[in-house]
Design a protein. Structure first.
Length: 140
């Protein structure tokens, strides 16, 4: 059974990360990784938001880049915050667009914007990292 490798992120913060082929099946793998981490941390209350966010971000990488790999990370830097990252080799910054009402696609980043407490894109020489912060609250 493949289990995500626990890594140390930040200053000893617990986290998980994996790198997969940039293909549609990786969105499901990312949801499983994020769901597992939240379960281990006793934060199932964030599962719906977090799995939707990571699925949309990985799908963006699959659809809008020509990258071979996509990297997903989830870290809990403190008891009130969970951070999800999706990295790829494309330096193109994702942008929220206004989708056509009849078109079903094009709403991914709008969903990320609605679900995230904060999100940002860090473009680097080698590619980009999209980071989403989710606050842990009593309601999730």
């Amino acid at each position: 059974m493949n289990k995500p490798a626990t890594c140390s992120h930040g200053i000893g913060a617990p986290g998980y990360s994996e790198t997969w082929p940039c293909e549609p099946q990786s969105a499901g793998r990312a949801r499983a990784l994020v769901g597992t981490a939240l379960s281990v941390w006793g934060l199932k209350c964030l599962a719906d938001r977090a799995t939707l966010v990571v699925s949309e971000l990985v799908t963006n990488s699959v659809l809008h880049t020509r990258c071979r790999l996509v990297r997903v990370g989830i870290v809990r830097p403190d008891k009130e915050l969970v951070c999800i990252t999706v990295s790829d080799r494309s330096t193109v910054r994702p942008a929220i667009r206004t989708p056509d009402e009849e078109w079903e696609a094009g709403r991914g980043l709008m969903l990320v914007e609605a679900m995230a407490d904060r999100w940002e894109v860090d473009v680097r020489r080698w590619g980009k990292i999209v980071r989403v912060d989710l606050r842990v609250t009593a309601e999730g």
